[in-house]
Ligand binder design. Structure first.
Ligand code: PLP
Length: 401
């Protein structure tokens, strides 16, 4: 019989969100009148803004006539969107990124997973702990499960990881962070870029929550750091920035100056490898989604998405204040839609999850599901409605701890 990839048996079996869903369903089945407020969701709830919707309607109409029909697009994405990204997300911040360093995809998750194709299985990997599980699982699938170093992010280091000790080749950083909602300052991120330069490592910088940054000393792109173009890939997503979780569009920046080596010692351009990979395995993001994404960069689009981001940040502020008002230790929620809350009195993540579900009918995400350093924490998200956020805080504030 044919053989399957053994690495899949090394993946941890229970997917966090399935277990969360299972517990909520079981509770609702036993208590059908319980009105559960879901504060664990990582999906957005606000609709896509008017400018984007109009642009997508126009793009649908384009498909209806021979003169404007678009079939297969460029695997790298349409020039109109790559130009808008280079001009708005980079040139406006004083960062020179060329359009052929930008690859449009169907969201950050696919690109983050697919980039594993480019790296030798002998590479060592470093991830933060707690961590967005995709970094870990995709490396396990690619035979690097045994060489992952976990960098604890805990209250004692203010959720800022120490530099690695095992000299990793591939370093995943996600800032603003999911799940802790914390950020790195420019000085802190500079240390990572210097580390990668000194150790010949690559940084895979996940910037899915960039749009939520409000603090002036938090960089919006890793390329704000000198030398980052030689060591870093940046992943961006329109999912949380503009409600594209269902539409699907994002992009990955791979500077042409970023180089690795083949095992024979010859030099390889990561940009060229990724281009080759995409041309082989990807047929481009949808024209309609890309026209929608382009509209985000119009003045009207910017104003509209800004309004939605502020809505979620207000929810985050309400959650933060509510939880700290209860005497709980809280991180995140200032430059991110996530609030990381320490459970009281040594309660485990899952015990506190059950307590909130049963006593307040509020669902959260247990921190332990993001890694062992997440034990003793829960994650709340700001993506629910304002009304539900206020109601959840009200219910939680009546909890006896
Ligand atoms: N990176 C992080 C840290 C995320 O939290 C998410 C989604 O929750 C993604 C990437 C995936 O985003 P996308 O919808 O663009 O695939």
């Amino acid at each position: 019989m044919f053989k399957v990839n053994d690495n899949f048996s090394a993946l941890s079996s229970g997917y966090l969100f399935s277990e969360v869903g299972r517990r909520i369903s079981a509770y609702v089945q036993a208590n059908p009148s319980a009105d559960i407020i879901r504060m664990g969701i990582g999906d957005v709830t606000r609709p896509i803004c008017g400018s984007v919707i109009e642009a997508m309607h126009r793009a649908v109409d384009d498909e209806a006539s021979c003169a404007t029909f678009h079939g297969y697009g460029p695997e790298q994405g349409y020039q109109f969107l790559r130009d808008a990204i280079a001009a708005n997300d980079y040139a406006k911040r004083g960062i020179a990124i060329e359009t052929d360093e930008i690859f449009i995809g169907d969201g950050a998750k696919s690109d983050i997973g697919n980039i594993c194709d480019l790296f030798a299985s002998s590479n060592r990997v470093a991830v933060t702990d707690p961590v967005y599980p995709v970094y870990v699982d995709t490396n396990i699938m690619s035979s690097r499960g045994h060489s992952i170093e976990y960098l604890p992010c805990v209250a004692a280091n203010s959720f800022v990881p120490e530099l690695p000790v095992c000299s990793p080749d591939i370093i995943y950083l996600c800032y603003p962070n999911n799940p802790t909602g914390t950020t790195l300052t420019k000085d802190q991120l500079t240390e990572w870029v210097r580390y990668a330069q000194d150790h010949g490592a690559i940084i895979l910088f996940d910037s899915a929550y960039e749009a939520f940054i409000t603090s002036p000393d938090v960089p919006h792109s890793i390329y704000e750091i000198d030398g980052a173009k030689e060591v870093a890939v940046e992943f961006r997503s329109f999912s949380k920035t503009a409600g594209f979780t269902g539409v699907r569009c994002g992009y990955t920046v791979i500077p042409k100056s970023l180089r690795g080596r083949f095992s024979d010692g010859s030099v390889a351009s990561v940009n060229m490898l990724w281009n080759r990979r995409q041309c082989t395995k990807f047929n481009g993001a949808s024209y309609i989604a890309q026209r929608g994404a382009e509209a985000i960069y119009t003045p009207q689009g910017q104003q509209e998405i800004g309004q939605t981001i502020r809505y979620y940040l207000e929810n985050a502020r309400i959650l933060r204040n509510g939880m700290s008002g209860m005497g709980l230790e809280v991180a995140g929620g200032v430059d991110a839609p996530y609030i990381w809350v320490k459970t009281p009195k040594g309660c485990s993540s899952w015990q506190f999850f059950d307590k909130l579900l049963e006593e307040c009918h509020v669902a959260c995400t247990p921190g332990a599901g993001f890694g062992s350093s997440g034990e003793g924490y829960i994650r709340l998200t700001a993506f629910n409605t304002l009304e539900n956020t206020v109601a959840a805080v009200d219910r939680l504030s009546r909890l006896s701890l």
